[in-house]
Design a protein around this ligand. Sequence first.
Ligand code: NAD
Ligand code: TDX
Length: 344
Amino acid sequence: MSRRILVTGAAGFIGSNFVRLLLGRGEDVFIVALDKLTYAGNLANLQDLLEKYPKKLVFVKADICDAKQIEEIWRQHQIREVVHFAAESHVDRSIMGSGPFIQTNVVGTQVLLDVAKGLGVDKYLQVSTDEVYGTLPEDQPEIKFTEETPLQPNSPYSASKAAGDCLVRSYFHTFGLPVLTTRCSNNYGPYHFPEKLIPLFVTNLMEGKKVPLYGDGMNVRDWLYVEDHCDAIWTVLNKGRMGEVYNIGGNNELTNRRITEVVLLQMGKNWDESVQYVKDRPGHDRRYAIDAGKMKNELGWEPKHRFEQAIQTTIDWYRTHESWWRGIKSGEYLKYYQQQYTGR
Ligand code: NAD
Ligand code: TDX
């Protein structure tokens, strides 16, 4: 019998790429793609897959905070594995208001864990982030986040993710729930919502607008192509040891200035006409860097994509999918953009 997997947040950026990867590879799976379809969820991200794989993929609109609904879905589809992507995921929005972050990232995780405990599960994988570790010094490049680094979240977003991770840990220790946790660095690639750095900058430039660079532009992130992240999650789901945490990264640290230069170059734009320095993000973490040694040594996983090529593929995707992002960059998005970048 096919593996019966619940994928939460499946209509978002990474969730939809994960479903696409598994079905594209012909894995023997039956996937229940669950999503509340918040501003960040988009059924268009799954539409072609739903048409191509009607026997392997179903979509269910549901809120992970609704225990009754989750129980019904679990029973109806005989769920045995969970990959939990669903989250409020944007740091700047968590600074505007943390309520939805606590609700979905903490309460929603607790609901999923309780349903898993009550109805039974073979594997539950929590998709988390390097941001739970806080920030690193920029003048000590040898220091990176390991799985033993203490959790020191600095934004309401990362605090809510860390709270979710702590609940997952507690259900392993207290109830013996078979859980796995992954913590990944910044992803980029197709279907990335255009509020995040790379898709925002690419689409702004395509619209003839400037790109808003926070502070001095020297904050550092580690960038991983989304397909590599999805492949790493599948590797952990198949080979990971229960109760363990696995850090996932691209060994690809770049300042935001460097990312901006690369994007401008590939899009034939010049710095002075295109870049606008704007006020810094409050509490802006200076540097993230991942030590992914455990993934390599224990599970044999390494990223396959090189940044130079994959960023080009990503930009090309936004060029050929204009209707996808133009549809998003209207309505509610415009209100958010105005508030975030002009304070009005
Ligand atoms: P995203 O915002 O693109 O997608 C999140 C999805 O979750 C959306 O489709 C949304 O509709 C859905 N969702 C939100 N609240 C829900 C609820 N209450 N019930 C059901 N569905 C709900 O986010 P993403 O970038 O795809 O991130 C996915 C996961 O990966 C998150 O848990 C995030 O913390 C983690 N992560 C992201 C990155 C990154 O660079 N994007 C890096 C590391 C970890
Ligand atoms: O307009 C901008 N200008 C800018 O300079 C935006 C949106 C971002 N930035 C900077 C802030 C960060 O230093 O770019 C960097 C990346 O910002 P985001 O794309 O917002 O990502 P980040 O805050 O690093 O968080 C991302 O990676 C970890 C995801 O959104 C999280 O969900 C994930 O956990």
